[in-house]
Write a protein that binds this ligand. Structure first.
Ligand code: HGY
Ligand code: MN
Ligand code: MN
Ligand code: MN
Length: 411
C-alpha cells in the first residue's frame, strides 16, 4: 500500500480551494466567463506558476500551464479537465481532473524528472456549455473546431459571448490562433468523477473509460397564442405550455423505448410567464445521447416528428435548431492500456466503462490519443451539490495518473 494519501490530500485541498469561487452565494455555480470563473482561473494560474509551470490564461478563458521535457518544444502530454460548472453544482465535476493534473506536475517537478515529452496542465473554461448556445472550450479551439459566429450567441441576460469574453479579459480575435499544429499534442489524459453508480457497485476506486457517447443538442420553440387566462374558453386556446408538456412526455417515452439511449428536456422557459396569461411561447432544450450514432439519429428524428405532430394537432408552431452534434468517441487503446497497467500496479482491478457524459476529451481526441480515468463518486450523484468522492479515491486516482505518466515516459 502506498504511504499516507499525500497526493489525495493535495488534490482535495486544491478542489476545496477552488470551490470557494461561485457566482451564487450559498451554492456552487461557476458559468463560463463569469466573475467566479475569472477568480478560479486566476487561482489556477497562480498554482501552476508556483508549481514551476509556464502558465497563462488563454484568449478563450482557459488556463494552460507547461513544464518542458528533457528538451524544449517537445510534443505535450496534456492533463486536465474543466473549471466551469453547471448551476448548483458539485465541486468535483471538472476540478478533480485539474487538481490531479496539477498534483502530478508538482510531483514530476519535485522529483526533477526530465520526461521525453512536455507536460501540460489545462483548466478548460467552457465544457458544460450552460451559459452560451455553443461551448467555446479551448479544447475545441485547439482542435480547430471554433467558428466565429459562436461569438454572437447570447446568454439568458442577452449578453453576447463576444461581450462576455471582452469583459472577462479574453481576446475574441485571438481564438483562431489557438488551433494547435498537428503533432504538438502527444496525448491527453483526463481524470473525472464517474457521475454514475458502476464503480461504487463494483467496489473499485477507478475505471478506464472505454468511450464517450454521441450527443445531439437542440433549442426548441413552441409558438401558441398569449391570451387572457380568464376569458378564453379551454377549447379555443393555443396554449404553448400544454403543447410543450405533451412534447416533453413524448421525449421521455421515446427515450425509454430506445435501448442505451437517453433524452432530456433540461431547461424550459415560459413566455410571458404570468399567472393570468395563457403561455404564448415556450423555449426548451433537448439533449439526446446514445452509444450508437445511428440510434441517436433515429431517436432525435422520432422526437422531432412527434413534436411536429403534437404542434399540428394543437395548432401551435414548433421549430428545433440543433446546436451540438457530437459523434460517439472511441478513446485511445494505448493510453487506456497505460492507465490500466498503472491501476493494476497499485492493486486495483479497473473496470472498463462507457461515459454517458461528454467531456473535453471529445475534442482532444481529434488532436491525438486521448483517454479518461473515472473515479468512484458516492451514489453516482453529480450535477448536484451532494456530489462527493473520498480522500482515498482521490489519492488512488492521482497515483494512477502519475504512474501512467511515468509509464509513458518509460520510467
Ligand atoms: O453534459 C455533459 O455530459 C457534461 O457534463 N457537460
Ligand atoms: Mn465534467
Ligand atoms: Mn458536467
Ligand atoms: Mn387584465
Amino acid at each position: 500500500m502506498t504511504d499516507t494519501p499525500r497526493l489525495g490530500a493535495r488534490v482535495m485541498a486544491l478542489i476545496d480551494d477552488l470551490a470557494r469561487h461561485t457566482d451564487e452565494p450559498g451554492r456552487l455555480t461557476r458559468l463560463y466567463l463569469s466573475p467566479a470563473h475569472r477568480a478560479t482561473a486566476e487561482a489556477v494560474l497562480g498554482l501552476m506558476r508556483e508549481a514551476g509551470l509556464a502558465a497563462r490564461i488563454d484568449a478563450a478563458g482557459s488556463v494552460v500551464g507547461r513544464l518542458e521535457g528533457r528538451e524544449p518544444g517537445l510534443p505535450a502530454l496534456v492533463l486536465g479537465s474543466h473549471i466551469d460548472s453547471v448551476v448548483d453544482a458539485g465541486r468535483y465535476d471538472g476540478p478533480l481532473g485539474v487538481a490531479a493534473g496539477l498534483a502530478v506536475a508538482e510531483e514530476v517537478r519535485a522529483r526533477g524528472l526530465a520526461l521525453p515529452f512536455a507536460l501540460e496542465v489545462v483548466a478548460f473554461g467552457d465544457e458544460e456549455n450552460v451559459r452560451f448556445p455553443t461551448s467555446l472550450s479551448t479544447s475545441k479551439a485547439w482542435a480547430g473546431q471554433y467558428k466565429p459566429d459562436w461569438l454572437e450567441g447570447r446568454d439568458a441576460a442577452g449578453t453576447t459571448l463576444r461581450e462576455a469574453l471582452a469583459q472577462f479579459g479574453g481576446d475574441p480575435d485571438g481564438i483562431p490562433a489557438l488551433a494547435r499544429k498537428p503533432g504538438t499534442v502527444a496525448g491527453y489524459l483526463e481524470v473525472h468523477i464517474e457521475q454514475g453508480p458502476a464503480l461504487e457497485a463494483a467496489a473499485q476506486p477507478v475505471g478506464v473509460v472505454s468511450g464517450i457517447v454521441g450527443l445531439t443538442r437542440a433549442r426548441c420553440t413552441v409558438t401558441g397564442e398569449a391570451n387572457h387566462a380568464g376569458t378564453v374558453p379551454m377549447g379555443m386556446r393555443r396554449d404553448a405550455l400544454a403543447a410543450a408538456a405533451e412534447m416533453a412526455l413524448a421525449v421521455e417515452r421515446l427515450g425509454e423505448a430506445m435501448p442505451g439511449a437517453v433524452a432530456t428536456v433540461g431547461s424550459l422557459t415560459v413566455v410571458p410567464g404570468a399567472v393570468n396569461v395563457i403561455p404564448g411561447r415556450i423555449d426548451f432544450t433537448l439533449d439526446v445521447r446514445a452509444a450508437e450514432d445511428a440510434d441517436r439519429d433515429a431517436l432525435f428524428a422520432a422526437i422531432g416528428a412527434e413534436c411536429r405532430a403534437v404542434a399540428q394537432r394543437r395548432g401551435v408552431g414548433f421549430i428545433a435548431e440543433t446546436f451540438m452534434d457530437n459523434a460517439a468517441v472511441a478513446l485511445d487503446p494505448g493510453l487506456q492500456a497505460a492507465l490500466d497497467r498503472a491501476a493494476r500496479r497499485l492493486g486495483h482491478a479497473p473496470l472498463r466503462l462507457a461515459s454517458g457524459a461528454t467531456h473535453d476529451a471529445v475534442a482532444m481526441a481529434v488532436l491525438g490519443p486521448a483517454a479518461m480515468l473515472f473515479v468512484r463518486c458516492r451514489g453516482g450523484i453529480s450535477h448536484n451539490p451532494a456530489e462527493s468522492i473520498t480522500l482515498e479515491d482521490a489519492d488512488a486516482a492521482t497515483r494512477v495518473l502519475l504512474g501512467t505518466v511515468l509509464d509513458l515516459a518509460g520510467l
